[in-house]
Write a protein that binds this ligand. Structure first.
Ligand code: KG4
Ligand code: ZN
Length: 335
């Protein structure tokens, strides 16, 4: 049984292929950084056009990489939301058209569920219930993951997402787009106590996050200091910024584990690729008797294998009837 997954919710045109044991045969993608860089963020219309241009070639590349042929594919999973409407429609139309042609089923997938499934690709033995911290460019939320693909929201951000905080603060520091991974690299070896940026809600008894105060604080810091000073101390400023975001994510993860009484937490979404976050969660887990699971690096940011994985897992559990195929920009986990 082979599932092909298509992801096109934002600025990655991606295709992954997995089998029923979640072995990954291919995970290919085209990242549209070049198309959006000069705008400093993703332009939805440009993203949709770029998906349209690349999707066929990426699916071909995934098939070639896998060593399979199109006739080996048994079902096609595609992201139906949340995401940008134009990009979602391109992926969904391609997936439905191809599935119709091959006379196989097409399955609409919740992108957030895909991010969670990414962790099963490298840790197939994790069993619900567990806590999940989803940290991406568009989402920051804590969820209780139950059996049978059921989810209970424990808390989410009131404003910006963690990835957005990395990107926007990094942009203020002149680090371009997307700044998240650049901040992470620059921070390595820097003085994390150089500036004390705010950690909103971190110590409060709530699952809510807020990153807008941090963004304002970085803006003030940039306004109050000369460009030369910022450039000379960029490493330490990035380390301090990363420390503030990671502190918040760690405190909130501890809050969720305490609230649920669970000892396993999955961290997923683009920001889960942050090495400092991974290290801090591991150390914290050893001290506080919990285990944090992360996807392998290639499955942290948007990819096709995670979409194929959740489609395959639902098929394996006879749960495909729970999936809806309508494309929608807003979608809660479990819908
Ligand atoms: O999951 P993802 O690929 O797309 C969404 O669903 O939003 O996440 C992208 C986000 C971006 O904000 C990017 O800057 C951030 O993940 N990101 C990182 C790192 N790698 C990606 N943030 C911090 N450190 C990283 N190493
Ligand atoms: Zn994502």
């Amino acid at each position: 049984m082979i599932t092909l997954g298509i992801e096109s919710s934002c600025d990655e045109t991606a295709c992954g292929i997995v089998d029923d044991t979640l072995k990954v045969y291919a995970n290919c993608l085209y990242s549209q950084i070049k198309e959006h860089r000069s705008f400093g963020g993703v332009v939805p219309e440009i993203a949709a056009r770029a998906h349209l241009e690349k999707i066929s070639a990426i699916v071909d590349e995934a098939l070639t990489t896998s060593g399979l042929t199109i006739n080996d594919i048994d079902q096609i999973a595609y992201t139906r939301g949340p995401g940008l409407m134009g990009p979602l429609l391109v992926g969904a139309s391609f997936a439905k058209g191809l599935a119709h042609d091959l006379q196989i089923p097409s399955i609409g997938i919740n992108h957030l569920e895909g991010h969670i499934a990414a962790v099963f690709l490298s840790n197939p033995d994790i069993q619900p219930p567990f806590c999940c911290l989803t940290v991406s460019g568009g989402h920051t939320e804590l969820t209780l993951v139950k059996e049978n693909f059921e989810y209970e929201l424990l808390g989410r951000t009131r404003d910006d997402a963690a990835g957005e905080a990395f990107d926007k603060c990094g942009k203020l520091l002149g680090l371009g787009y997307p700044a998240g991974p650049v901040v992470g690299k620059a921070a390595d070896g820097g003085n994390r106590k150089f500036v004390r940026f705010p950690r909103s809600f971190a110590k409060q008894d709530t699952g809510e996050f807020s990153f807008s105060g941090l963004k304002t604080s970085v803006l003030r810091y940039v306004q109050d200091n000369s460009e030369e000073f910022i450039q000379e101390n960029l490493k330490d400023i990035c380390a301090s910024l990363e420390e503030a975001i990671v502190d918040i994510l760690c405190e909130k993860s501890m809050w969720a584990l305490k609230k649920t009484g669970l000892s396993h937490i999955v961290v997923c979404g683009g920001v889960s690729a942050n090495r400092h976050l991974r290290k801090r969660m591991e150390t914290l887990g050893k001290k506080n008797n919990f285990t944090a699971f992360f996807p392998d690096f290639e499955y942290c940011t948007d990819n096709g294998a995670m979409i194929a994985a959740i489609g395959q897992l639902k098929k394996n559990s006879n749960m495909l009837h729970l999936t809806d195929d309508a494309v929608t920009p807003w979608l809660e986990l479990g819908k």
